[in-house]
Design a binder for this molecule. Structure first.
Ligand SMILES: *Cc1c(COP(=O)(O)O)cnc(C)c1O
Length: 389
């Protein structure tokens, strides 16, 4: 039985074309881009060419791109970097309840250092209201960080409106665009972003490399001290093959972004509709239309998301749940809880995320096996039987 991979939001496979351009930089062209001889300079040029590609995709200047060790580091650099640089100006940060842990983590760490953080609530679809952002601003606010799209439920945030409010008030605006770069248009000016985080392995590039866009005027302290790489904003020898792979992944994503988004949106909407027709008492998490093209997240009442995922795994289908499964914790997803779902529904959340190699045949297989799995699990649930009688 062939494996059906439906966890593209967790990571994507490396595109063979990406591997092809990386390979020579792992083997023959291993030079250090900081060296003067032509051999090292070749690596330098390849890194700069990748930087140009990433800047081009988001309509930034090349000097505004800093390579990092992934999306997590980009988010840490944005939040802690601004906090440290503007410490004298203010100590208040605004973010929201459903951010990725790599945004919530740095915010919590800053709270221990005396910063105040407002975690804005979201509506039933996972949207932050721009008004609530405006109302949360104080004279001490130095940074607003709201993600472009949520990795669990796929909801797109009204980022451009939030960016406008931040601009009016002269406050830096950061957005985590890890889930949107290369999937839907990301333009730093349209979004009003002063800082924007990206990661290669969510767009068919390698793991462990990302980039932070930092608008020219933005003051930011580095997280890592050492050499002068990345314009003194991120010390350490560059991950040359990774960066080159990231550049190629961006180039490939640009080729058919709107066609692919449309194809995945159709697959997504058909899967949602068919599951709602064949399984009773399931609830779509996230916004029905303002959501990532390849994201389906449902809460299935009376079952554990973890049990569903393990049963899907027996059918060789890889899906995710917001609770236990991946983390080993028994806490349900902070994202699904923030939508106002009760704990039972939060525990019953299952996420399917599709990508480049997802076919209608694979989606049909999910539609075929999932109702049976749910029925079997429910038949073992005392709560389900009790409520039915
Ligand atoms: C995957 C992800 C990250 C973390 O990126 P890494 O490169 O895995 O560190 C951050 N934010 C969002 C929204 C993500 O989906």
């Amino acid at each position: 039985m062939k494996r059906i991979y439906l966890d593209y939001a967790a990571t994507t496979p490396l595109h063979p074309e990406v591997f092809k351009v990386m390979k020579p930089y792992l083997l023959e062209n291993f030079g250090n881009p900081a060296t003067l001889y032509s051999y090292g300079q070749e690596a330098r040029q390849a890194v700069e060419s990748a930087r140009d590609k990433i800047a081009g995709l988001i309509h930034a200047k090349s000097e505004e791109i800093v390579f990092t060790g992934g999306g997590t580091e980009a988010n840490n650099l944005a939040i802690k970097g601004v906090a440290q640089a503007l410490e004298k100006k203010g100590n208040h940060i605004i973010t929201c309840a459903i951010e990725h842990h790599s945004v919530l983590g740095p915010c919590q760490a800053l709270e221990k250092r005396g910063f105040a953080v407002t975690y804005l609530p979201v509506d039933e679809y996972g949207r932050v209201s721009p008004e609530s952002v405006g109302n949360a601003i104080t004279p001490k606010t130095i940074l607003i960080s709201i993600m472009h799209a949520n990795n669990e439920i796929g909801t797109l945030q009204p980022v451009a409106e939030i960016g406008r409010i931040a601009r009016q008030k002269g406050i830096y605006f950061h957005t985590d665009a890890v889930q949107t770069l290369g999937h839907i248009p990301v333009d730093v000016d349209e979004l009003g972003a002063d800082l924007l985080s990206t990661s290669a392995h969510k767009i068919y590039g390698p793991k462990g490399v990302g980039a932070l866009y930092i608008r020219e005027c933005v003051k930011l302290a580095p997280l890592i001290d050492g050499g002068e790489q990345e314009d003194r904003r991120r010390a350490g020898t560059e991950n040359v093959p990774g960066i080159i792979g990231f550049g190629r992944a961006v180039e490939l994503a640009e080729v058919d972004m709107s066609g692919e988004a449309q194809r995945l949106t159709e697959l997504r909407d058909r899967l949602i509709k068919d599951l709602q027709a064949t399984i009773e008492d399931i609830h779509l998490n996230g916004h029905p239309s303002a959501r990532l093209p390849g994201n389906v997240n449902i809460s299935i009442n009376y079952v554990e998301g973890e049990a569903v995922c393990l049963n899907l795994d027996l059918e060789n289908i890889c899906a995710a749940t917001g609770s236990a499964c991946t983390t080993g914790s028994i806490e349900p997803s902070h994202v699904v809880l923030a939508l106002g779902r009760n704990r039972q529904l939060a525990h019953g959340s299952v996420r399917f995320t599709m990508g480049k190699w997802t076919s209608a045949v694979e989606i049909n297989r999910v539609k075929k096996v999932l109702p049976g799995i749910v029925a079997r699990l429910r038949s073992m649930s005392p709560l389900y039987r009790q409520d039915r009688h």
